[in-house]
Every structure is written in C-alpha cells, then in structure tokens.
Design a protein around this ligand. Structure first.
Ligand code: GLN
Ligand code: ZN
Length: 777
C-alpha cells in the first residue's frame, strides 16, 4: 500500500487530566454518585476538544494525523484490556453480551468492589506513573469489545480534525500482563499473541473504515531489558506481531512508538516488518548505527520519528542539538519527523500557569505546551530549512547559557564538599559492633514493633497546614496544633504498646515536597500536577540548583515527640534516590552528583537529630527499585550511585545510632544486593499484601541485618485479625532468624482512618506478644 505522509511534527501523547485537573474532579464526582455517566462523558469530550484546539494553536496540524488520541479515563493499559475484552473472570458479570463494559464497570475493574480486588497496579517502565496490570490466562478470550477508540476518532473528525488513534501495542500489552490465578505454572501471557493479533487486526480495519490514516501503537516493551519475559521472546513477539499486522490488507499506516530508551536489537526487527513509521527515543537512546546493509535499506523506506524533545522532564533543553539529531536521522531515511521522546503525560500542562515561579527559572523550563511548540519549531526547520528557525534555536541556547551561569546553579561550597569526599564518608562501623552498641542504647524486646512513619492525615491536619500556608493562622498557632497532634499520636502508640515511636509526620504534605520546600536548590509549582495513577496526581518539585540545607528541618518535631516518651523516637527522613525520583531533576549533571548533594544535606540533618538525642533514624527509599534502569548495562552504574548516596547520608552517625530504611514493594529479590549494600541496620518492606512471599527471597539471599516484613496491608481499610497477623509473623519466623525480625505495617498510615489504624495496630501488638510468649515458653 502507499502510505499517507507522516506529519513532520507530532507528540507521542498529551496530559489527559486537564489544566485544572478537570478530569480528576469529573471522575471523582462520578464515583461519589453526584454526576451521571453522561455528564462525565460530556466533560471528557469537552476536554478532548480543548486539547485538540490547544494543540493546533501550538502548531500541530489539524488534518494530518499529528494529534494523538491519547485520552484515557483512568489508564491506557486498562483501556487496551477493555478494548480487547481481556477482563478477569471475577469481573465477567460487568460485561455485556459483546464483552464490553460501561464506564461504571470500567472503574470497578480499576478500583475493585467488595471482595473483588482491582487489577494490581505497578510502575510504568522507569516512570512514576502506575498502570493497571491485565490478567491473562489460557482461558482469556479476546474480542473487540469496545469501539471507544473508533468513537473518539469519529468525534474529532466531526469536529474537523484528522487525529491519530493511539493504543498500547500487542507486545507491550502482553509483556506487562500477569498470568491469571488459573494459569498453569510457567504460563506466559505472551504465548497468547496470535489470538490477540486477530483482535488488533479487526480494530485496525475498523479505524481504517472510519477514515484513520495513521494509528500509533505504543511499544515501550521493545526498549526494556527488565521485563518478566526474556529479551529474545519479546523480540520474537515483535517480529510476529508486526509481521502479521503489517501484512493486513485493511489498515491505516502504522506508527510504532518506543519510548523510554533505545531500541537496540529491536530496531532491525521492526525494520524487517511492514510498519510505516518507527519512533525512536533519542533522549535516552542514540542515533542507530546501521552497518547491516539490509537493515539500512529497510530503514530508508520508513518514516523515522525522532523523539528529540524530552517528554519525561521539564527542561527547555538544547534545541539546536535536538535539531542536529533530526539531521542525523536524515542520513538514514529521507522521511524524518520531530517528536517527543515519550508521552507528555509525565509533565504538567503549562509553564505560563505558574505566576509565582521565579521568572528566570521559568525561562529555562518547558512543560507540555512549551514542548509541543518546540516540536512545531523543529518540524518547521525540517520542512523549510534550518535558517527559518535560527531565532528559536538561538533563544533556547541563550536560556541554556543563562541557566549555566545563574546564581545557585553551582555553589562553590557545595561543590568543594562533594569533591573532597573520601571512601570513609560512605562507611559505617562493623555491623557486629553496631549491634551491641544499639542493644545497649535501645533495650528493645525481641520482635520489636514500630510503624513506618505517618499516621492518618485527618481533615483537621490538612486544614491546619493549608491555613498556615495561606497565612490564616500564625506560626505559633500552627505549631501548637501540630504539637497537639504529635502528642496524640505518641500517647496512642504508648497506650497500644509500640516499642519504637514515631511522631506521625502531620507537618508533611508529601514526603518529597516537604524536603524540597526546606532545601535550597528546589522550587515548587502551584499547578504543576502530573497524573500518578487514575485520578491521583502529584506535583513534583523542581530540583534546579545545588542543594543545601539552610537550617535543620525535622529536628524540632522529632525532639518534641521524644520529650513525651521514654521509648526511642524514630526520626523520619526521605532518602536521596526517592527525592530525585519524585522530583523533576536538573539534567545538566549526572544524577549521581545531584544525589550526593542531597545526601550531604540529609547527613547534616541526621547528625543534628543524633546530637539532639534521637537514637533511631529512618531514611525512606521507596523509589530505589523504580529508578533502576531498563537496560542491563546501565544498572551497575545506577546501583553504585544510588546505594552510595544512601550510605553517604547515613554513615556520619555513631555505632549506637540505629539506621532504618523502608521500601514500599515486595520485589526484594530484584534489588537484594542493593538493599544489602545500603547497610541499614533495619529494613522494612511490604509483605502483607503478598502474604509474606518475600520471606523466601530474604531467606535465599542470606540477608543478615534487621528486617521488618510488613504484617498489615495498609492499602486496604480492612483490619487484619490477631490470628491473621500471628500467622504472618510465624511465616516470617519460619524463614528468618528471630533476632533479625521486626514487626511493622507494610507502609505509612497516612491514607488510613484512625479507627481502622488503632484496631489494626492493637491486633499487631497482641499477635506479637502472643508469639513472643510462645517463643519463651
Ligand atoms: N515514612 C513515610 C510514611 O510513613 C513512608 C511512605 C512511603 O514509603 N511511601 O508515610
Ligand atoms: Zn512505603
């Protein structure tokens, strides 16, 4: 077939939550029952319409397939599952005769109902976005069960736009799925590819009949080496999928987008199929070098879509260099287009929505709308020649130069300090010495009990913080309210009988933003919301300059709590890797360098906590696993700096001070070496949610420091019974020596209510006491 021309400028996807989080509000109103499905549909249609208008205003074409239809009510992987009819058996009653589900049913699959657990949620590649994990077994029947994609294309067409439908591609869909409970041992969802391709083929034919010229299939699985399926199977699946779809007679032209890294060996595979356009993430990956004559000749027949504008970060970047990359692509194919490296889902809408951000800082930034404009500029350069965009390129370069020399970006004393670090700064005393010093200092019972840090964040607490931020209440009033809350939380823990006390973190809006607000080198936004999952959004801080701690941050809260009790109070900090992972981080130096600066700020904080009499400090690193690079070759370097920054933060203390860390997931096996190398005295980890499965990994690894596998799944309002907790503790003790075991919930309690928290903690203590008695009996 002769394919229609691919647009010279496009984006892989656009934020869907809305500039003012309109979708979040509409969806949540629908959940509470205050609006109808029709009203929600209308709001969503309006959002899609304003998005199309905005994108054309910013320079994308209205009639050339350059606008992607990347809307989703909740999640794009769930959308694909529902489109393909791949709904788990427990939700079968939600399906109509054709396998379709209505909006209410769609949200039920996402959020669960009663005993029916929702689809599991996990991180989307190395981003902080969470997708829903489809469940696929030999019994799953695929069929085209939703025409939402077709309807959205038709809606745009009726509005005068020729857009480009987007769907998660078949390989990524299956590679990210997990086997159903019924599937036999060793079953891989990827084995269902042939049947799935029939449905994709049908969908493509429908879109073609409706008039779609291009369709985008998102295949980030093709860049990853960190999937459950091995690389060879993924490549083989790609060969098969695009062999089959490519040879379909009734279909739009295919654009396979492959964000989050270089394609490497997957490029020749795609080049060998009939797909018309291949997306390359040229921010993470590099210009392919095609020594193979056959591959080179195949590529000359494809449109190469250069993802040269970083979709995953907020810097304005080097436009000149980006254009240079597109020019290099021209050596491989005469058909080259400019694009973003990933969907713009990961960045906020508009820098112009930040009236309070420093003007100079703003001139260095590009949020989604600015990035679309950058793409449009590059496309103009491709169409009309480099000279026509000279001014834009020069302005971007000037911003870069300005950024390099601005005060705060490079601070002499911070630089001198990181430069003078020696190995000794990354090392604590011998573990055996620490153990005895800590025993003597802390006098903890066997199976010590603690929590992960936060206590329920009540409406009152949130209101007090908001009132203080707006100046409605003064500092003295704010302090007294927070102290009252801390007193309540400490008393409660004493009463319940918890051994290591926390202050409850009432002063924190967010575990990263709180530190960002209190460190130099960070800025926070007002409207910079980014979808985290479903209707949940976060507002990542911007780490733009050298990081320094102007004054102690948490010491007063922790020492106040310690003044209320004889038991040890655990100081609570967020670790360097997590602070980086959940912020927008400067891109002008290696992450490891930035992490060291954050680590030094935390090291000073820990030193202050220690000298103020705090004997235990927890440094949370829930993002350690998330930032692990997708490419194997990049992993050792990452583990080196990430573990190093944790050790730098925590190695300044004496042997008697106990360092804890906390990880929010149960994939212990994947990062066991890293966890071991953190050399924390105690590590708490999620385990209740996966019924202590992690114990086997811990046992197999020979991990010999303190470990607290969670015994309370805090993601659910359910109160675990004493018997249930006892069973979990016994499971832990069956695999891990008792001297190592700590008893704690899976994670912080901030999203829980007080009633269930108190009841659960009481049961945890009862269970612990029962097990302790059994042990000594
Ligand atoms: N200390 C934090 C809390 O308890 C940890 C949260 C997390 O691991 N995400 O809320
Ligand atoms: Zn956690």
């Amino acid at each position: 077939m002769t394919s229609p021309a691919f647009p010279t400028g496009t984006i892989v996807g656009y934020p869907r939550i809305g500039r003012r989080r309109e979708l979040k509000k509409a969806v949540e109103a629908f959940w509470t029952g205050s609006t109808t499905a029709d009203e929600l549909e209308a709001t969503a249609a309006e959002l899609r319409r304003t998005t199309r208008e905005r994108l054309t205003e910013l320079g994308l074409g209205a009639a050339d397939s350059s606008i992607p239809e990347s809307f989703s009510y909740y999640d794009q992987v769930l959308d694909a599952a529902v489109t393909l009819g791949a709904v788990p058996a427990r939700f079968a009653s939600l399906q109509d005769a054709d396998g379709g589900v209505d909006l209410a049913g769609y949200f039920t699959i996402a959020r669960g109902a009663g005993e029916d657990a929702p689809l599991e949620m996990t991180k989307w590649f190395d981003s902080n976005y969470h997708y829903l994990v489809p469940e696929i077994g030999p019994e799953t029947s695929f069929r085209l069960a939703s025409d939402r994609l077709v309807r959205e294309f038709a809606e745009a067409k009726a509005d005068g736009y020729l857009t480009r439908p987007v769907i998660v591609g078949p390989v990524t869909f299956l590679a990210l799925s997990k086997p159903t409970g019924e599937a036999p041992e060793g079953f891989r969802p990827l084995s269902r590819l042939p049947e799935l391709l029939d449905v994709y083929g049908e969908l493509l034919a429908r879109l073609k009949a409706e008039g779609a010229q291009w369709v985008q299939l998102d295949e980030p699985a093709l860049v990853s080496e960190s999937l459950d399926d091995d690389r060879a199977s993924v490549l083989e699946a790609a060969r098969e999928a695009y062999g089959v779809l490519g040879s379909a007679s009734e279909r739009p032209a295919l654009f396979v987008a492959t964000p989050y890294g270089g394609l490497d060996e997957a490029l020749p595979v795609l080049a060998g199929t009939a797909v018309e356009a291949i997306g390359l993430d040229l921010v993470r990956g590099s210009i392919p070098n095609t020594e193979d004559a056959e591959v080179a000749s195949a590529l000359r027949g494809k449109t190469l879509v250069g993802g040269v504008i970083d979709g995953h970060n907020i810097w304005r970047g080097d436009l000149e260099a980006a254009f240079g990359r597109l020019e290099s692509l021209l050596a491989l194919s005469p058909n080259v287009a400019a694009s973003t490296s990933t969907s713009l889902l990961h960045v906020p809408h508009d820098v112009e929505d930040e009236p309070e951000l420093d003007v100079r800082l703003k001139s260095w930034l590009a949020f989604a709308d600015q990035k679309v404009a950058q793409v449009a500029t590059l496309a103009r350069g491709l169409d009309d020649g480099h000279e026509t965009i000279q001014d834009d390129l020069r302005q971007a370069s000037a911003a870069l130069v300005d950024r390099r020399s601005a005060p705060g970006v490079r601070d002499g004393s911070v630089r001198a300090r990181t430069a003078s670090l020696t190995d000794a700064d990354f090392r604590r005393g011998d573990y055996a010495d620490r153990l005895s010093a800590q025993d003597a200092a802390l006098h903890l019972p066997a199976l010590p009990t603690t929590t992960i840090g936060s206590f329920p964040q009540t409406a009152d607490i949130r209101r007090s913080r908001a009132q203080f931020a707006k100046g409605v209440i003064d500092e003295a009033e704010y302090l007294s309210r927070m102290q009252a809350e801390i007193t309540r939380v400490v008393d409660l823990q004493e009463e319940i009988g918890i051994d290591v006390i926390v202050h409850g973190e009432p002063e924190r809006n967010d575990m990263v933003q709180y530190f960002a607000e209190n460190l130099d080198g960070f800025a926070v936004t007002q409207n910079g919301w980014v979808q985290s999952y479903g209707s949940r959004c976060t507002r990542p801080s911007i780490l733009w300059g050298d990081v320094e701690r102007p004054r102690p941050i948490t010491v007063e809260w922790s020492t106040f709590a310690q003044s209320l009790t004889q038991k040890p109070v655990k100081g609570m900090l967020t670790g360097p890797v997590t602070i980086l992972a959940w912020s927008f981080v400067r891109d002008d130096q290696p992450l490891g360098e930035t992490a060291r600066q954050v680590a030094l700020a935390l090291r000073d904080e820990i030193a202050d906590l220690e000298s103020a009499g705090i004997r235990i400090v927890q440094v949370d690193e829930p993002a350690l696993r998330e930032l692990l690079p997708l490419k194997k070759k990049d992993q050792p370097g990452y583990l080196d700096w990430s573990v190093g920054s944790f050790r730098l933060a925590t190695s300044g203390v004496g042997d008697a001070t106990q360092i804890h860390t906390h990880l929010c997931y149960s994939e212990f096996g994947v990062v066991i070496d890293a966890i071991r190398n953190l050399d924390a005295d105690v590590t708490s980890i999620e385990a209740a949610r996966s019924r202590m499965e992690v114990v086997d990994d811990i046992k197999a690894s020979g991990f010999d420091h303190g470990i607290g596998p969670g015994v309370y799944d805090i993601h659910s309002p359910r109160v675990p019974s004493t018997a249930e907790v006892t069973e979990l503790i016994e499971k832990a003790l069956a695999g891990i020596p008792q001297r190592q075991v700590w008893i704690n919930p899976d994670c912080g309690l901030k999203t829980r209510g007080y009633d269930e928290t108190v009841a659960s903690l009481k049961n945890i203590i009862d269970a612990t006491r029962a097990v302790r008695e059994k042990q000594t009996a």
